[in-house]
Design a protein around this ligand. Structure first.
Ligand code: PEP
Length: 250
């Protein structure tokens, strides 16, 4: 089964209105004609502006987080229907920064994944181990736990409507990338685990790699059999760098 590659930029809590204009303008121009799908995930407050800038372009819009609740009395939160209204296609759930800094556990992440799907949007589920967990030989156990929480919540065919991003915590924002072989090993494990519940879903599931991806290392990562693109943090803030990664994806 062919899986269309996806490169999604996670701006995190960075940028400005003027900066968004310049960055998105360059990405829209540079992403023309690529076979890979490209998406940008700006901070919530910039979504309306970026949506305007993306009008008529194949570059997709995504959000970095969402509430698991329906609209209501949840001060400071953003509900899934609001993201749909702004034409978001993707929503990142379970990013390691949210798991670590905002105490989002597996159950909450699974609820968010389900809520995003119910809205007809595509969740990008982030999974990945810390350095301590890797050193203790627990990479597969941690990734399996994070993945299984979602499969148990929504079922394997619903998981297949989303995207998985393997992001080893020790590689995020550190400049230390997993080698293509290290990443492939975990991607193959993820695909195998999903295949044990549904072979067809596993064959079609896009599994992105994230963690200090740059123009210079993207080609090696994307050449691996089970790596279907990237979730890009720091490098997504620099148009030339982000576009180099997009081109490496096809
Ligand atoms: C991320 O935060 O999703 C990420 C992969 O960050 P970076 O590319 O900066 O490591």
């Amino acid at each position: 089964m062919t899986r269309r590659r996806l490169v999604a930029g996670n701006w995190k809590m960075n940028g400005s209105l003027a900066g968004a204009d310049a960055l998105v303008g360059a990405v829209v121009a540079g992403a023309k004609g690529l076979s890979a799908e490209v998406a940008v995930c700006p901070p919530f407050v910039y979504l309306p502006r970026v949506r305007e800038l993306l009008r008529g372009s194949p570059v997709a819009l995504g959000a970095q987080n969402v509430s698991r609740e329906d609209p209501g009395a949840f001060t400071g939160e953003i509900a899934a229907p609001m993201l749909r209204e702004l034409d978001c296609k993707y929503v990142i759930v379970g990013h390691s920064e949210r798991r670590a800094l905002y105490a989002e556990g597996d159950a909450m992440v699974a609820d968010k994944f389900a809520r995003v799907l119910r809205e007809g949007l595509v969740p990008i589920l982030c999974v990945g181990e810390s350095l301590e967990e890797r050193d203790a030989g627990r990479t597969e156990a941690v990734v399996a736990r994070q993945l299984d929480a979602v499969v148990e919540r929504v079922g394997v065919s619903e998981l297949g409507k989303g995207v998985v991003a393997y992001e080893p915590v020790w590689a995020i924002g550190t400049g230390r990338t997993a080698t293509p072989e290290q990443a492939q090993q975990v991607h193959a494990f993820i695909r195998g685990r999903v295949a044990s519940r549904g072979a067809e879903v596993a064959a079609g599931l896009r599994i992105l790699y994230g963690g200090s991806v740059k123009g210079s290392n993207a080609g090696g990562l994307f050449a691996m059999a089970d790596i279907d693109g990237g979730l890009i943090g720091g490098a997504s803030l620099v148009a030339d760098e982000f576009l180099a990664i997009c081109r490496a994806a096809g």
